[in-house]
Design a binder for this molecule. Structure first.
Ligand SMILES: Cc1cc2nc3c(=O)[nH]c(=O)nc-3n(C[C@H](O)[C@H](O)[C@H](O)COP(=O)(O)OP(=O)(O)OC[C@H]3O[C@@H](n4cnc5c(N)ncnc54)[C@H](O)[C@@H]3O)c2cc1C
Length: 380
């Protein structure tokens, strides 16, 4: 990849931290016991990487969208869980609080995020996923508080977060996009119950159900304006597409590295399996997918940085393409490793399990296709 001098320095610095902690043994253990990779996240925060998404005016690193793509690719090349945690728990929250927060909220939360505090984001409910604006968790004003009742599902990192930015319905009767408000809910408040879901992959990052039973949240916890939460969430969700594409490219780089080594060492019929054209073709397809998706993702990021209205559509294309290619590649990678690939002794089996969420979270592939079709003037 072609990087600026600053971006290359970022890659080198993150590589150095990750190489010293995120060994294959470490990643295998995080996966086996399903625990948050606190050591590497703490090390990243200690060296200032949690501050990077925060704007310079607020004391942060002021990373551009292109910088963030490079960082997410680099993290995911070491471990997808680490890259996903970086996005879900630091980037998403910092962006929303910086853009929508009151001076008091920014003063409280941005320094905490820069030190590594986790912020979860809860939109999805049991009855509304792709159709997220149909959410029903209710927040009713009562004096200086809102009283929240309802539940969320598939909330990344809720069990390790200090606050959960939660989409709630504060009024009804209009269009479903109206009457939505974002509340910064302290997960230790009485009436909040968090339960981890068991899942097929990405085991180091919890995925939770969050229940709200008469939770009293102070009105000072409103992020943005009451009843206008939907519009406030959209830029963050668009950013998510871009950075999930970057995570896919980074993880695919790791996969190809591993497949190349194995295919050049493993022999069958008197030569390395890489020398069989059917195996070489799989490796070539991975290489092409990396270059094509990196370029598309960087193009989307450049449009974001330029404030181009088409950025959101190109980010959808990048997410659709990069997640699809990475997921297909994990299947081929297990094939290249043969029986060994089916065991947990080799990281390709973890890639195979971890990757699938990428075409579900952050807007499914079907939803990305709808966004792209609409950008082409197609009425669906
Ligand atoms: C690992 C992971 C992490 C997540 N983290 C978070 C998080 O931190 N916070 C959060 O709020 N949510 C999170 N989610 C939830 C995620 O955003 C939703 O799962 C996603 O939006 C899809 O919603 P759903 O699961 O309810 O599927 P549904 O909306 O029920 O969709 C089911 C299927 O129908 C398809 N479909 C739906 N509508 C259409 C349509 N109009 N046309 C064609 N096909 C359609 C979908 O593409 C999908 O294939 C996470 C999910 C996962 C898997």
């Amino acid at each position: 990849m072609t990087l600026t001098e600053d971006q290359q320095m970022m890659v080198d610095a993150i590589d150095q931290i990750c190489r010293s902690i995120v060994t294959d043994e470490y990643s295998a253990e995080i996966d086996r016991v399903a625990r948050y990779p606190v050591e590497v996240m703490d090390a990243l925060a200690a060296q200032g990487w949690a501050a990077l998404p925060v704007p310079e005016e607020a004391g942060g690193g002021g990373a551009s969208a292109q910088d963030l793509v490079v960082i997410h690719e680099t993290l995911a090349r070491h471990n997808l869980v680490v890259g996903q945690a970086y996005f879900s728990l630091w980037v998403l929250g910092a962006e929303a609080i910086e853009r929508l927060g009151t001076p008091e909220q920014k003063a409280e939360w941005l320094p905490r995020i820069m030190e590594g505090a986790n912020v979860a984001f809860a939109l999805t409910e049991p009855g509304s996923g792709s159709d997220a604006a149909a959410l029903r968790t209710a927040a009713i004003r009562d004096g200086d508080d809102f009283v929240v009742n309802g539940s969320k599902v598939f909330i990344t990192g809720a069990a390790v977060s200090e606050v959960i930015i939660t989409g709630v319905r504060t009024s009804t009767g209009g269009r479903k996009q109206e009457g939505i408000t974002s509340l910064m809910i302290d997960p230790t408040l009485p009436g909040v119950d968090i339960r981890k879901l068991s899942k097929m992959g990405l085991k180091g990052l919890d995925l939770c159900e969050v229940f709200f039973d008469n939770v009293r949240v102070p009105a000072s916890a409103v992020l943005g304006a009451v009843d206008t939460g939907w519009a406030g969430m959209l830029p963050g969700l668009a950013n998510e597409r871009l950075l999930l594409a970057a995570l896919s490219v980074g993880a695919l780089r790791d996969l190809l590295d591993r497949c190349l080594v194995h295919a050049q060492q493993r022999e069958s019929f008197g030569k390395p399996i890489a020398g069989h054209q059917l195996i070489a073709e799989k490796l070539v397809e991975m290489r092409v997918a990396i270059e094509a998706n990196h370029a598309l993702t960087m193009q989307a990021a450049a449009l974001v940085d330029a404030g181009d209205p088409d950025a959101v559509n190109v980010a959808s294309m990048a997410k659709l393409s990069a997640t699809r290619d990475y997921i297909s590649a994990t299947r081929e990678a297990v094939q290249i490793f043969g029986g060994y690939g089916f065991t947990d002794e080799y990281p390709v089996s973890r890639h195979y399990r971890d990757c699938k969420y990428l075409e579900i979270g952050g807007g499914t592939s079907e939803i990305q296709k709808i966004v792209i079709a609409r950008s082409m003037g197609i009425r669906l």
